[in-house]
Design a protein around this ligand. Sequence first.
Ligand code: F6P
Length: 374
Amino acid sequence: MTIRIGVLTGGGDCPGLNSAIKWVTKTALDPLLAAKRHEVFEVIGIRDGWRGLVEVDPADPSSVARWTEQLTELKVRAWDRTGGTALGTSRVNPFNPKDDRSRRLLENIEALGIDALAAIGGEDTLTVAQRLHDLGVKVVGIPKTIDRDLTGTDYTLGYDSALNVITEEVDRLRTTAGSHSRIFVVETMGRHAGWLALEGGQAAGAYVILIPEWDFQMERVCELLMTRKNSGIRYSIVVVSEGAKIKGEDLVYLSEKEDGFGHKVLGGIARYVSKEIERRTGLESRYVVLSHLQRGGKPTACDRLMGRRFGIAAVDLILRGRFGRMVSYIKGELTSVPISQAIAKLQTVDVARYYDTERYNGPRSSLLADNKIT
Ligand code: F6P
C-alpha cells in the first residue's frame, strides 16, 4: 500500500524549515526503512502553505504542478543548508470567518489522495492543523517560529538562528555606538513573547532589555542609562521587543491591517523609545529595527539538527498513527504533545523567573529562587 504524505510550511519563514522538509522526505522514502515496513511512502510538497491546498485544482495537471511538487531524496538532498522554505509559505487561513475556504481545503486534500499531512508552522498553521484533525484529517505538526512561543515544546525551529542574528548585529552596532558615544535601541521580533529580545539581548550583552511581558517606564530606562553613562561607559545597547509597551500606553503597530489570522503587524517601538531617550536625557540615540533579518540567512547547526530530529519524529508519528500531535522537544528529549495543547496558549516569558524588573534585564540569580541548591 502506498501512503501519500503531504508536507507544507506555513506562517513566517525561518531557517530550519528546509531541514525539516528534507528529513520528513528522507525518512519516509528511506529504502532501508522501507524494506522493514508494510507501507510504501510518497511525499508531496505543498507550495505556499495552506494556500496551496486551497488554490490547487486537482483536476487540472498544470494547477497540480503549480501548487504541489513530488519530493525525492535526490531533490531534497542539500536543502538543510539553506534558509527560508523551498516550498514557499503564506499566512492564508482557510478557516478565516471572513472568507471560509475550509470546504475546498478538505475536498482538495481528498482529491489529491493525501493520506497524511505534516504541517510545519507556528500557532496559526497548527491551529488550522488542529481544525483539520477535528474534521478527521490525519495530520501531525512540527513546531516552527522564531518567537518560540508554542506551549508543549522547549524548542521551535528558527529560534536559534534568529538569536544568532541578533547577537551578530548587535556586535556590529557596538563598534559604531562606542565610537560615537551613542545609545542604540535595537528592535527585535517575537510578537507577544519576549524570548527573542530577552535571550538575544542577554547573548548580545544589551544593558537594557524591554519585553512584552513587563510594561516598562521610560523614567526607569533613562535612569539606568544615565547611571551607566556617569560610570564612564561611552555607550549602551537597549534591546526592545516589538511587542513591548510603555506602562499605561498602547502597543505600537506598523500597520493596522490584519492578516487571515487577525494579527496586525507590530513595529515602531524602538523609534519611539530612542526619541524619548534623547528628549529626556540629552544622550544621542539611534535605533535599528532588525525586522526580517532575524528570519534570514543560513540555519545554525542547532536549527539543522532540530529540523532533522523533528522531521524524522514526524514520520514516526505518522507510522504509529499518532495523528493530531506535534513533535516536541522537552527537557532535552524528543517527544510529542497534542497539537491542541501546543496552541492552547502562548508560551511567554515567566517574569518572576527570567526577568529582573528593576534592572530591565535577565536575572542575576538562577538557583536561589527555587531552592535548587541542596
Ligand atoms: O511569528 C514570526 C514573526 O516573525 C513575528 O516575530 C513577527 O511579528 C511576524 O512574524 C512578522 O510577520 P511578517 O513576516 O508577515 O511581516
